[in-house]
Design a protein around this ligand. Structure first.
Ligand code: ATP
Ligand code: MG
Length: 556
């Protein structure tokens, strides 16, 4: 992407503006500290990648610090395997990150102490109402709530009961700790929100030590403040929760002098892509895809396997910028970013995905010539390689037509084309099998037209690629397309709207022999077909490629 644009965008980034003001005012000294706080209940998706790149980028640009913090305050939904996958993804997206990894559950003791502080200040109370009653008492957007009959317990009684809650003296749901704010507040989140609940559950980190767990809205500001986060960047759905976030920190002595600032931005949504962990989980668990890293998924793990580079994802995130307005970003922008990144970096090779034999009738039977081919015309430093050429080649099946439509410039009886980096060939005949399928195309070649050598200068309109049959390497190629068929889907019907052609497996592909020098994870441009990566499923006897992205302009 264009650097000037990146700079312009940076200068209008409203979060950076807030940081600049804080640096000028010395709100947090000269510190800038951000975090990414995932719940370990699924794999990260490209929306999370956006949040990671944003938070990590802000820290980096301001000589600050970036924390990965697992928001593992809900013992019922979490899983260790998700913790590992998230760490792997963050490491990949943030290459020089110092691996500052934290767990909210490590702060349970502190969170408890801060809750005691609120009780002592008369700012929190134990409520015996049931969950249903609390909901009833809460009121609605248009009606104020009602105060709980337990709201005015003495501080001593509250302290005693909170300790008993902690010691396991009560059953799930019997009591909760609530903040004491204002049941008539216009913001429902300020109507005495619950801050602790009883859950007799084993936690993946703290085991059975705790049977009370803090609620997200209380835990989050405390976690941020304990770590010294200066700017807590989150998505818009938390905007209405900000007053409570501020209330918590402004009422705790350790934090009220320089409370962390919560700043919201709009979530990233991508066209033709279903996002949201719970929906992706459904697709995995019900077998609509082959796991979380199936290259059709929008997870970070899938993008990596599909062949996306972390640089491409970073520059995509930079290009789309941050905003307060919800919108859907065209997935073409993500594709642009990966082409832009790979274009100058990866070698070009010739690969025939849907082969048909081309026989050059006037070419000597056993002759092999080596044709010099540039590795990357956009990057001459990448040099060239010698590609073997013989009497029998493979070409793409759709590069020949018995009866061509108008403006078809490739092979058809009587027509001449250029074989990339080799000779001009003219179609003189073809062979069909019993079912009428074309099995061979016969051509003659003109020895005077060898690429790079002088010839009479006559022009042909079509250039096609080829692979020597004798030297070809067999491979499987997986072609991926968008997950959703069109833009008309939502969380209720997305399973019916999945694109049935999102994965096409081609098992009989023929590749030029230079491919043998590469290994899993290497990327290429297959001439005319797009960018590809050697998949992690590759075995010695089955070379597997994934298409990362098509070329921008198709050759047809
Ligand atoms: P999902 O809706 O996919 O389940 P989540 O918000 O529940 O995501 P968390 O693990 O709670 O997932 O989120 C971690 C962080 O990622 C939060 O700060 C959240 O705001 C941010 N985030 C989640 N989805 C997006 C998105 N689509 N775009 C940008 N940031 C996102
Ligand atoms: Mg969530």
């Amino acid at each position: 992407m264009n650097d000037n644009n990146a700079e312009n965008r940076e200068s209008v980034n409203f979060i950076q503006k807030i940081i600049n003001e804080d640096l000028i005012n010395g709100t947090y000294g000269n510190r800038v500290q951000t975090r990414f706080p995932p719940e370990p209940n699924g794999y990260l998706h490209v929306g999370h990648a956006k949040s990671i790149c944003l938070n990590y980028g802000l820290a980096k640009k301001n000589n600050g610090i970036f924390n990965l913090r697992f928001d593992d305050t809900n013992p019922t939904k979490e899983d260790e395997s998700f913790v590992e996958s998230i760490i792997k993804d963050v490491k990949w997206l943030c290459p020089d990150w110092e691996e500052r990894i934290f767990f909210a559950s490590d702060y349970f003791e502190k969170m408890y102490e801060y809750a005691v502080e609120l009780i002592k200040k008369g700012l929190a109370y134990i409520d015996d109402l049931s969950a249903d009653e609390i909901r009833e008492y809460r009121g609605t957007l248009t009606e104020p709530g009602k105060e709980s009959p337990f709201r005015n317990r003495s501080i001593e009684e509250n302290l005693e009961m909170f300790e008993k809650m902690k010691n396991g003296d009560y059953a799930n749901g019997e009591k909760v700790l609530r903040a004491k704010i204002d049941m008539a507040s216009g913001n429902i989140n300020m109507r005495d929100p619950v801050i602790y609940r009883i859950l007799h559950e084993t936690h993946h980190n703290t085991g059975d030590k705790w049977c009370i767990y803090p609620m997200y809205d209380y835990a989050h500001p405390v976690e941020d403040a304990i770590e010294g986060i200066t700017h807590s960047v989150c998505t818009l759905e938390f905007e209405d929760h900000r007053p409570f976030y501020e209330w918590v920190l402004n009422n705790l002595d350790d934090f009220k002098a320089a409370p962390t600032k919560q700043i919201e931005f709009a979530k990233l949504f991508l066209s033709k892509t279903m996002m949201g962990k719970r929906y992706l989980k459904k697709m995995v668990e019900e077998g609509y895809v082959d796991g979380w890293d199936d290259p059709r998924m929008p997870t970070v793990a899938a993008l990596r396997r599909r062949g996306y580079t972390s640089e491409a994802i970073q520059s995509f995130c930079e290009a789309i910028g941050v905003s307060k307005a919800q919108s859907v970003v065209d997935i073409a922008m993500l594709e642009y970013a990966v082409r832009d990144d790979l274009g100058p970096k990866v070698p070009r090779v010739m690969a025939v995905l849907n082969p048909i034999k081309l026989i050059i009738t006037n070419y000597p039977e056993d002759q092999v010539e080596y044709m010099e081919s540039e590795n990357n015309p956009d990057n001459p430093q990448m040099g060239s390689r010698m590609v073997p050429f013989c009497k029998e080649l493979y070409i793409e099946r759709d590069d020949f037509m018995e009866e061509p439509p108008k403006k078809y410039y490739r092979l058809f009886p009587g027509n001449e084309v250029r074989l990339r980096n080799a000779y001009f060939v003219k179609c003189v005949d073809f062979v069909k099998d019993a079912e009428g399928n074309i099995t061979e195309v016969h051509c003659t070649y003109d020895p005077e037209t060898k690429s790079g050598s002088g010839f009479d200068g006559r022009k042909v309109k079509g250039t096609i690629h080829w692979v020597s049959a004798k030297h070809a390497v067999d491979a499987q190629v997986n072609l991926y397309d968008y997950m959703m068929e069109d833009q008309d889907y939502d969380k209720t019907n997305f399973l019916e709207k999945l694109n049935p052609n999102s994965k096409i497996v081609l098992k009989n592909c023929k590749l030029e022999p230079s491919i043998k020098e590469y290994e899993t994870g290497d990327r290429f441009q297959f001439l005319r077909h797009g960018y590809f990566i050697i998949d992690t499923d590759t075995r010695l006897d089955n070379l597997v490629f994934n298409r990362i992205v098509q070329l921008k302009s198709s050759y047809k």
